[in-house]
Design a protein around this ligand. Structure first.
Ligand code: UD1
Length: 362
């Protein structure tokens, strides 16, 4: 059985790493399974892509479609054309896509149109907010997917509500957490840790990249102002996504306790997250990692496709109104943040369950 594994953007890499490892392990044991790793090139910088391959021991991609930057439509089209050529040359038995980025949707459509069945890892999650490109990617991908691997029971219920049969849905857990648990011992401090004299529990980590927060200058400025104002003078470490950098440079926002850094590598980023007083973010994946590491997380979004990080984990949705930040910070400093628990099946064995199921399908 030949599995095409698709990866395109930063949040994909930690999700595919354990699946590839497990396929290789099964193959070494004699199982009839192989893979072809296809990087779409949606993210291409060393610090958005290359360092993840190195640190997570992901083998070099067999193909790179090199789509690069562009509008959503340009990226989608470029990936589809490139991937179609690959499939027409060598047909896989199944196309495995992960997450919700442009590459996920583009490859799922291309494969299914050529009658290659699609398996979607992290299927069925929904924010209900169709202004997010990721929500469109999730809906379109799942509409044509044949095999669903889910991170929560709720995701399976969403899929059934959309008409998918229970037999096609496999609640397996979270491969992003497989990677987190497998690499915790390897986390290490980035240079900024020493340079700024950071110490455990005495700083914040912040990440922002959603168009709703960073594309509008006033919104970005107010959010940052409020965060700095209510953080009681603790340092704030801000690894800046390329999308956010452009506006930040224009606005010239600077505070003595706000430290901008380039996007960090996986092992460095999770080191600083693990030691943070709290994380302030608009990412989805980070809310899962903070949940598992028991770090308080404030999400600057109105909705989440990962509600278990709120109902079970350490995450809270503050919305995008900057005025919501100060009261949440007060509760944090008063020691009133919830402890949280680890969601069901986020146990580090998800890739094993996925590959076992793929072998059954073969
Ligand atoms: C994408 C994903 C989002 C994910 C995020 C994490 C979609 C629709 N969105 O958003 O779900 O949370 O990645 O990073 O797929 N750029 C670089 N270097 C790179 C990659 C991008 O400079 O290696 C620049 C691009 O030129 C562009 C901007 O960053 O200006 C945004 O990149 P893009 O891939 O369009 O989407 P993201 O906002 O990163």
């Amino acid at each position: 059985m030949l599995v095409d594994i698709i990866a395109g953007a930063r949040p994909n890499f930690m999700k595919i790493a354990p699946i590839i490892q497990e396929i290789r392990r099964k193959r070494a044991e004699g199982a009839d399974i192989g893979y072809r790793l296809i990087h779409t090139g949606q993210h291409y910088d060393r610090n958005m892509s290359g360092s993840f391959f190195e640190q997570l021991h992901i083998p070099d991609p067999d193909h790179n479609l090199e789509v690069g930057s562009g509008t959503q439509a340009e990226q989608t089209a470029g990936i589809m054309v490139g991937y179609e050529t690959l499939i027409l040359h060598t047909r896989p038995d199944i196309c495995l896509v992960v997450g919700d980025v442009t590459s996920t949707m583009a490859c799922a459509i291309t494969a299914q149109k050529l009658h290659v069945p699609v398996a979607h890892v992290e299927a069925g999650i929904r924010s209900g907010d169709r202004t997010m490109p990721e929500e469109i990617n999730r809906m379109v991908t799942d509409a044509i997917t044949e095999h669903f691997f889910t991170t929560s029971r709720l995701a399976g219920e969403n899929l059934m509500r959309e008409g998918h049969s229970p037999e096609s849905i496999w609640f397996v857990g979270n491969t992003m957490i497989d990677t987190l648990l497998a690499n915790m011992d390897r986390f290490f401090a980035p240079p900024v840790w020493e340079e700024k004299g950071l110490s455990e529990g005495e700083y914040f980590v912040m990440t922002l990249h959603r168009p709703s927060n960073v594309d509008e200058e006033e919104q970005l400025k107010k959010l940052i102002e409020e965060i700095v104002r209510s953080s009681q003078g603790l340092p704030i470490l801000f690894p800046v996504h390329p999308r956010t950098r452009k506006n930040l440079e224009k606005l010239g926002i600077a505070y003595p306790t706000l430290y901008y850094v380039e996007p960090l590598s996986y092992l460095e980023f999770n080191y600083v997250v693990r030691g943070a007083r709290a994380v302030i973010t608009d990412s989805g994946g980070i809310t899962e990692e903070t949940t598992v590491m028991g770090v308080p997380c404030m999400t600057l979004r109105n909705s989440t496709e990962r509600p278990e990080t709120v109902t079970v984990g350490t995450n809270e949705l503050l919305g995008i109104d900057p005025d919501a930040i100060a009261p949440a910070m007060e509760r944090l400093f008063a020691g009133e943040w919830k402890e949280g628990e680890i969601p069901e099946l986020w146990d580090g064995k998800t890739a094993e369950r996925i590959v076992a199921r793929l072998l059954e399908l073969a």
